[in-house]
Write a protein that binds this ligand. Sequence first.
Ligand code: FE2
Length: 374
Amino acid sequence: MNAEVQSTPKVPEYRETLLDGVDHIEFYVGNARQAAHFYRSAFGFDVVAYSGPETGVRDRASYVLRQGDVHLVMTAPLAPDGEIAEHVRLHGDGVRALAFQVEDAGAAYQDAVGRGARSVAEPHAVADEKGAVTLATVKTFGDTVHTFVERNEYEGAFLPGYRQEFKSGTGAGLQLVDHCVCNVELHRMDEWVDWYNRVFGFDVFQEFDESDIATQYSALRSKVVRGGRGGSITFPINEPAKGLKRSQIDEYLDYYHGPGVQHIALHTADIVETVGWLRQQGAEFLAAPSAYYDTLGDRVGDIDEDLERLRQLNILVDRDEHGYLLQIFTRPVEDRPTLFFEVIQRKGCRGFGKGNFQALFQAIEREQEARGNL
Ligand code: FE2
């Protein structure tokens, strides 16, 4: 057990309604203005709010991007020192905060800290003429944090300190955060699964091991934890496993310099439409081997979508006992091979595309090899 994962002698009973869902995901980036433009032009997000020197914030500039219920915040430092600059120096552009919507930030914070979470910021109110919100923050894996956001009846653009802004991104049909995946170090997955269970009452939803997730070279283990109101928050947690060569998780950990968010999966109601549009806008996706589609019909049975169109767009399909899902993965969205996005459409299926791991990991390994990291 390491210092980050503390145990507490007495754990009060968990109340499921404490976390209502994902409020927003904040990235620390080198240049927030350019990052915002990228997510607007390539992924169709609207820019809806801004904070920086013009709104009285001296040390950072932040842009809020919205599409459906998905809110991404791009934050850049305005000086060479401080927490944001240090995060960018060490990790490159990446996710700093997975923020939860809560009814009572004070209670959520006290509960989490009482169960062993480390404090980053105690509950504090921030206000402007549009109202007040209460925020509090605890640490999770690596330099990543969870912020509790209690909005009350706040009527402003995003949070106090932000002004309303509107630059349309036209939309790509992305609706909500389906899941966020984190990569942790070898032999640390179970500690973090326990942490999410103890601190937030998350249950293990699914697990995968080397026999599910292994290619000729690289492998990983994964457990999926889920919780919050109605199971609205889902975090698969990966750790590397031994393969013939270096796991894609090791490559991530090397370039991110520690654990962090590996990918964010965004749900769409029409993946063919969404991915067709994203490709036109220049979003880059991993390519499935063309042989993948030759056997797809046998593997997943009848589906509503045109197989030829899925092949053109490189969309993957998987099925479980509840139905099927369609998914596709972007290439990393930074120069470092770290964070990427997934676009997913669920037609009953509750899984994460286990049947696609082989094809997907071969595609990742081709890119890893091109980087000289296999
Ligand atoms: Fe995923």
